[in-house]
Design a protein around this ligand. Sequence first.
Ligand code: LAN
Length: 729
Amino acid sequence: VLPESYASATLNAEATPAFTDLSRWRLHVDQGAQTWHYLETDQQVQQEPQTVYDKYHLGLATDLPSLPRATTPLEAARNGFEFYRHLQTPEGFWAGEYGGPMFLIPGLMITYYVTGTPVPEPMRLELIRYLLNRAHAEDGGWGIHIEGISTVFGTALNYVALRILGLGPDHPAMVKARNTLHQLGGATGAPAWGKFWLSVLGVYEWEGMNPVPPELWLLPKILPFCPGNWWVHCRLVYLPMGYLYAKRATAPLTTFTQSLREELYVQPYDSIHWDQQRNNVCEADLYTPHTKIMDLLNKMLTYYEMLPLDWNWLRQKALDETVEQIRMEDENSFYLDIGPVNKAMNWLVSFYQYGKDSHQFKQHVKRNIDFMWMGPEGMMMNGTNGSQLWDSSFIAQALAEASIHEVPEFRDNMVKTLEFLDMTQIKRNAPNQDRCYRQQSKGAWPFSTRDQGFTVSDCTAEGLKATIILQQTEGMPHLISMERLQDAVDVLLTMQNKDHGFASYETIRGPRWLEWFNPAEVFSDIMIEYSYPECSTASLMGLATFRKLNPDYRREDIERTATTVLSYIKNVQRPDGSWYGAWAICFTYAAMFSLQSLASVGEYYDNSDSSRRGCDFLISKQEADGGWGETYKSCEDREYCHNPKSQVVNTAWAVMALMDAKYPDEEPIRRGIELIMSRQQENGEWLQESIEGVFNKNCMISYPNYKFSFTIWALGKYTKVYGDKRLVE
Ligand code: LAN
């Protein structure tokens, strides 16, 4: 049975081949890595029974018991965790799906194909099932993310992925998807990242792609165009892309790719005027059109590209530099790389640079499974190698809100969580930190695992808060020393921007006008870092929590940071009182953070204009059933978009925001809490609703753990503020 939010993805029963035996899948964890394994023999199956979390994530019955019906918010929170604790892995973190983007599997599959690496059979079958399940029922296409309309990017690339995975061109799902692709104008209208992958595969011509010059890597850091000044995700994607572009790395033509050349276009391949396709992006895909100045630059670069490679010494030098940068990125992250996009590209680079027998190539193959996730609809590629640290630090804080973390039955869960926080704090700076433009990382917490190893401001802050809360709990072990907490504070104190806010991975390094040169037509605001209310609030609260524990350490620095963050929060409040959320959907999420920032310095509904306007905005969006609900359109259009169904996660954020702001009327808050309680199942769980997260304004990403952490947190907060009242008869 598919969760409700997956309604748009119908199981295409006649099309689905025999998939795998779900009772044979097991989730393994190792130093935070979450990997799925298919047990081949009956003996293995007997030796390793399926855990509750295996079954839950696969959509199999968990048989967890019904719990006594919750009549108060505290009982509901406890029931929620009584269920959720069964999903904690032996290493103390909560594993989870982190899907949503629909452009990740294709890059990986194209790399499997080009490098001649066989896809393990259970993985192959489940990837097929996932992509079929995710095809839109109406037109058979795919969008940029699971809830988005069909685009060329989604449809052309996932079509290719399924063809590589073994579906023939006459398969009904392929026929349907191809029709949609043709209706959209065919693959010539793919955005730049699509053109890139198709060129790599040899089913699109490099000439039809705007240049990606690796020479930028030779620029000194004082120049804005030096990639060291860009947003880290952007530079680390354009790094291998530049290498592969400069080499025009193309798979040899086979009968298979020959056939794809005929399938993907509405005109004969040989008749396509490639140089006219560079700026051809289908309207359904286009989110951020090129600026005129970008088009001009591209024109100039196109002339530069006509220089023959063997006498362009600059290019040779640039390629050497990209190889060196890629080596550092691979080694520093133990071949995980910062995310799934550069992971696949760096793997491909290792193929061309070092060959299939190389250490680098083999290491890459080994770590591919870190990104794969088995869910009820099949296997997907996650948006990072997981959200381990992030989700685990939230649930710890959620429980602590109403002191549920002290409940004796839950103690072991909390000890385990702390052990994971201990394991996952980054213990070192990246070797050659400056050479590879990395932010200080010793003492930071990453979003996923220690091996991935990238500092994130708010992950550091959430990790710090969770650690302090847990270690202050009676009877908990003391695993993380004051010195290590100070390391985390040191990292945070390096991360405040000139506008007083905090960005995601680094401080803002480049000027805003770099955004005029955003080559990725499907994303916005990707060229540089920006301050975000979410990251700013988390960092502020992290520092504030630390200061209570240790008022002396770097007292003035913390003081100065804390007082200035607020000016940023106020500056970015919109005239209607709202804040735009960049990392989850959307205004309710940002309100939770921003109103918490205000409250932390004593600004509440009653005494602060900013807080009052923030609350009034939220109140004006409450639904008739007492809940709140937004769709991803809020992010795309930057205007609040009501979800036809209120969402427990949005509701939790909204009521937490109102409670932090000491909103004077309990009624709207109580109604939100009642909605959350009414959606709880008998075994304590909440069901999946609409997609929760976002990045780069236009791509959504799932945070399935939020339906537990934030519901429990909101229920706990209500109890703390209003007492444990009987709300349900
Ligand atoms: C994430 C995931 C977590 C997220 C938060 C911590 C929630 C946020 O507050 C700061 C930014 C951060 C770390 C973030 C940045 C961008 C990521 C890594 C992602 C949204 C997950 C996937 C996304 C990444 C860029 C996806 C790969 C696609 C590309 C366009 C390169």
